[in-house]
Each structure stands twice: as C-alpha cells, then as structure tokens.
Design a protein around this ligand. Sequence first.
Ligand SMILES: [Zn+2]
Length: 198
Amino acid sequence: MQYPLPIAKLIESYMKLPGIGQKTATRLAFFTLNMENEDIQDFSKSLVEVKTELHYCSICGNITQADPCEICRDERVDRSTILVVEQPKDILSFENMGEYFGLYHVLNGVLSPMDGVSVDDLNIKSLIKRLQDHSVKEVILALNSSSEGEATAMYLSKLIKPSGIKVSRLASGLAVGSDIEYADDLTLKRAMTGRQEV
Ligand SMILES: [Zn+2]
C-alpha cells in the first residue's frame, strides 16, 4: 500500500532535511496532518518567507531582510575588527555573548577539497576587498576547530598577514570539532579574551 500523494510528497520533503530518515519523515508528515489549520498556515508561510524575504548582506554575508545588514549599518560598531565565522548563525552566538562590538564576515563554509569546496566557493574575495580600506586593524578567525576549519584559518592567515593586519584565532577553549553555535557564552568569552595572534 502506498500513502496518498500529498502525504508521500510531504514525507519526501521532510527527508530532504538533514538527519531526517524515512521513519522520522513519516512521523512528522502524519503529525503535520493533525496540526491546527492556523499553525499549518504559519508554518508554510515561514517556509516561503525564509527564501523570499531574506538575503545575504552584500558586505558581510550575514542573512538579512535589508541590505546591508543591521550590523554593517550600525554606526556604533567598532570598524577596526572583523570576526570571521563559517555560518550566519555563528554571528548570533557572538552577539548573544555581548562582549564583541566589531564587524563580522561570513565565509559560508570552510575549505574542504573532499566536498569540492574551494576558495572560490567561499566569501574570501569579499573579505580581502574589505581589508583594503585600511580601517581594519585585526581579523579574528572564529572558525570551528575541525581539520577543515584549521586548514581554512591557515590559508586566511597566510593571505592576510602580508598586508600588516593582525590576524588572531580564538583560544582553543572549544573542543575539537565542536560547533561555535553549541558553545556557551562563558566558553566563547574565554576563547575570545584568550585569542592568540597567528
Ligand atoms: Zn552585513
């Protein structure tokens, strides 16, 4: 027996999400079927709006409704430091920590030859371009401590250092392979204050 088409299609959609197999997708699809109409409307609206209303900031690569993003537009931001992160969601971790007041740059991943991610796939050119206006004195690399993160940090520091800009990395308070988004505020604060020049 096959499921009616709308359910089968919904199961297929859920299976496109990371970490969701057929069993979970089926459970979610039947759960969705029993949700209140209003919740379903909200849910489907959010799914559409997340694509239609959000853009990447043309300066830093953050996700934003208005371009440039709020942080790039904010005149109170310290324009002498750029914190380089892998994903837009990492920015939130640092903003919530409340002790960093500079600019950000989202790479949108890390170098990973195995997955076919090369220099041109990341927002590296736009980072180098931002460094040319001489107001930036320090670039802080806040990449995850995976081997790809390490390799990317190495690549960036070699690329940036000849320009005389200080390049530092977060202190290794973060466990190897751990994601910045899962680090608590205290761990992030320690990693930030203990950052070391590379
Ligand atoms: Zn921005």
